[in-house]
Design a protein around this ligand. Structure first.
Ligand code: PEP
Ligand code: MN
Length: 338
């Protein structure tokens, strides 16, 4: 249910209604909009709950939330959410760019990449320290050492750090070094992990599972939001289909669809979405044109020697050229880019 407050409702009235909602055994999420404040009341409701809230001071109306996801829904918050982490702005008119290697391989590699992507206009650095690999015999990441190298790259460049956390026991450690916690596609429905990142105050980049529906993605986001962490970005990274000309199938219609259903920003990953370097620049441009609020791109100073995903990574000159093209599109549709 949404408790919609009157336009001029006071702070005290909002607080009073939060207490009323909590008194009914429901969770209260206050959302301050440009027009008015609403309180999303989440939990199992009794028949009389609605009427009892409707009579509260400063309350305009109480309406049900029809979508199965609640806090993530556009019904609760009409204005798009912007996530700001250091210089990274994602959503509500800003297109943020997160770039860097698939895996952190050495201090030199990550610092060199960070400098180059920053010079080309990226605002955040990606790099996996804990890597979810299909084979246990593949490079698994440098783990805490990799996090330390990411921290040096941040110190050198000021870029916000985006890195994956794979398990609940690593959340505290990764959150110490990262600005944005990435939940990988394979973990989108690891509900204990979603709750654990929901308890942090780091922003979260939630990747779509390769066979997850949009509703499942939004309900996964809801797990994080429901723990009180409002800084969630969704990421379309491609899904598994019968097609094999690309590593995954990148459905860009999910961008406008998600904008329709949720206020959360939508980032696109054309690197994993296509799995081939030569397809990445055009799909990055197309993502911005489709309304993406951010891009996450794999960039490596020497893709041929990359320890993971070199075949889909952009070289630094390719990244620079892609940024120029994406910037033009963003400007043409009236968005800030970088
Ligand atoms: C990644 O971004 O490095 C990654 C492993 O992505 P995904 O979880 O989307 O496969
Ligand atoms: Mn990768």
């Amino acid at each position: 249910m949404i408790v919609v407050m009157e336009k001029g409702a006071s702070q005290e009235q909002v607080q009073h209604m939060v207490e009323r909602v909590e008194g009914l055994g429901l969770k209260a999420h206050v959302i301050v909009g440009t027009e008015r404040t609403v309180i999303a009341a989440i939990g199992v409701k009794r028949e009389e709950t609605r009427q009892s809230l409707e009579s509260g001071p400063g309350v305009a109306e109480v309406v049900p939330i029809l979508a199965p996801y609640k806090v993530a829904s556009r019904e609760v918050k009409k204005d798009p959410t912007q996530i700001v982490v250091g210089g990274l702005h994602v959503g509500a008119g800003a297109v943020g760019v997160i770039a860097g290697p698939c895996s952190v391989e050495s201090e030199e590699q990550i610092v060199q990449t960070a400098r180059a992507v920053k010079a080309a206009g990226a605002s955040a650095l990606r790099g996996g320290a804990f890597k979810p690999r299909t084979s246990p015999y593949s490079f698994q990441g440098l783990k805490e050492q990799g996090l330390k190298f990411l921290a040096s790259a941040r110190e050198e460049t000021g870029l916000a750090i985006v890195t994956e956390v794979m398990s609940t026991e690593d959340v505290e450690l990764v959150a110490k070094y990262a600005d944005v916690l990435q939940i990988g596609a394979r973990n989108m429905q690891n509900y204990r992990l979603l709750e654990a990142v929901g308890h942090t105050r780091n922003a979260v980049l939630l990747k779509r599972g390769p066979s997850a529906t949009m509703e499942e993605l939004l309900l996964a986001a809801e797990y994080i939001l429901n723990e009180g962490n409002t800084q969630v970005m969704l990421c379309e990274r491609g899904i598994r289909t019968f097609e094999n000309h690309t590593r995954f199938t990148l459905p860009l219609a999910s961008v406008p669809y998600l904008h329709h259903k949720t206020h959360l920003p939508v980032v696109v990953d054309p690197s994993h979405g296509t799995g081939h370097t030569y397809l990445v620049p055009d799909m990055a441009v197309a993502s911005v044109a489709a309304g993406a609020d951010g891009l996450i791109l794999e960039v490596h100073p020497d893709p041929e020697k990359a320890m993971s995903d070199g075949y889909q990574s952009l070289s630094i000159p390719q990244f620079e050229a892609t940024m120029l093209r994406c910037r033009k599109i963003a400007e043409a549709i009236g968005k800030q880019f970088g």
